[in-house]
Design a protein around this ligand. Structure first.
Ligand SMILES: [Zn+2]
Length: 269
């Protein structure tokens, strides 16, 4: 810096554009239409997959959701399972070195694999975390079915360390990547708004299970708060640059309709 030069001119902040990858780690699984489209399609069937996502750009790698460990996959007999560690290695991401993992919600298929990321900081909405860790309702049968004691214990052990960040509402975690509180499917699910070359994309996770939920303004069957879901949908729709940039949690089309960059890995953007 040259002495005496006035540096008050405004520096333009350049938002990085990120790339987004979908990584299938289990499936396909057959579901009834009514599972994916609330109270419709009782006589129809559709296949879904289990995914994690990878956001890359500006020298950063952010993983969205942690998948399932080989141990739980075996216990739950998940068809087509490949460890998220293996799938990530196909795009040159080492799980052991990942620094940022956003947990969208604490259902087993999204959170169980936290132990696969020993160097990561985990970002979770505080409402979501408190529900699964503290609320006795979370131990009742319908919730117990989709919860996961392993990841809850793992995360609880990280409380009060820098590796667990509990978010309150919408919060930017790095330039161009913002967590959005998006309840409905669970108490405190969060989506991610991501800056991309095509505009703002949203990884909505299980806010919707398939693209049709958003396109037809119709939820899936797994909803704890239907009014909350409708409001969340309005919020995400207002925020995303176009509806085709709003991604669901389990649609098989994320694997089938986008360019494959490695086995079971597609580039969404
Ligand atoms: Zn899910």
């Amino acid at each position: 810096m040259v002495a005496g030069v006035d540096k008050t001119e405004k520096k333009e902040i350049v938002m990085p554009d990120y790339e987004i990858y979908a990584l299938k780690y289990a499936g396909p699984f057959v579901r009834t239409g009514a599972h994916l489209m609330w109270y419709q399609d009782w006589d129809k069937f559709e296949t879904i997959n289990y995914y994690i996502w990878c956001i890359k750009g500006a020298g950063q790698t952010v993983i969205v959701d942690a998948g399932v460990t080989p141990e739980l996959a075996k216990k739950r007999e998940l068809d087509g399972y490949v460890s998220p560690v293996e799938v990530l290695s196909r795009i040159n991401v080492r799980a052991a070195e990942v620094r940022h993992v956003v947990i969208t919600h604490m259902h087993f298929d999204h959170a169980n694999g936290v132990s696969l990321f020993p160097a990561a900081t985990f970002y979770i909405q505080e409402d979501e975390y408190r529900f699964w860790v503290r609320d006795p309702v979370a131990t009742r049968p319908p919730f117990k079915e989709v919860s996961d004691a392993d990841s809850t214990a793992h995360l609880t052990a990280l409380e009060d360390t820098a590796r667990l960040v509990l978010l309150n509402g919408d919060q930017q975690i790095m330039p161009g990547i913002q967590c959005l509180l998006a309840p409905g499917h669970t108490v405190g699910l969060q989506a991610l708004a991501v800056n991309t070359a095509k505009g703002t994309a949203i990884l909505g996770s299980d806010c919707a299970h398939v693209f049709r939920n958003y396109r037809e303004d119709w939820p899936s069957s797994l909803i704890v708060d239907l009014v909350g879901w409708m409001k969340t949908y309005e919020k995400l729709r207002a925020r995303v640059s176009s509806l085709d940039l709003l991604f669901p949690g389990h649609d098989r089309r994320m694997l089938e309709d986008y360019p494959e960059v490695a086995k079971d890995v597609t580039k969404l953007l």
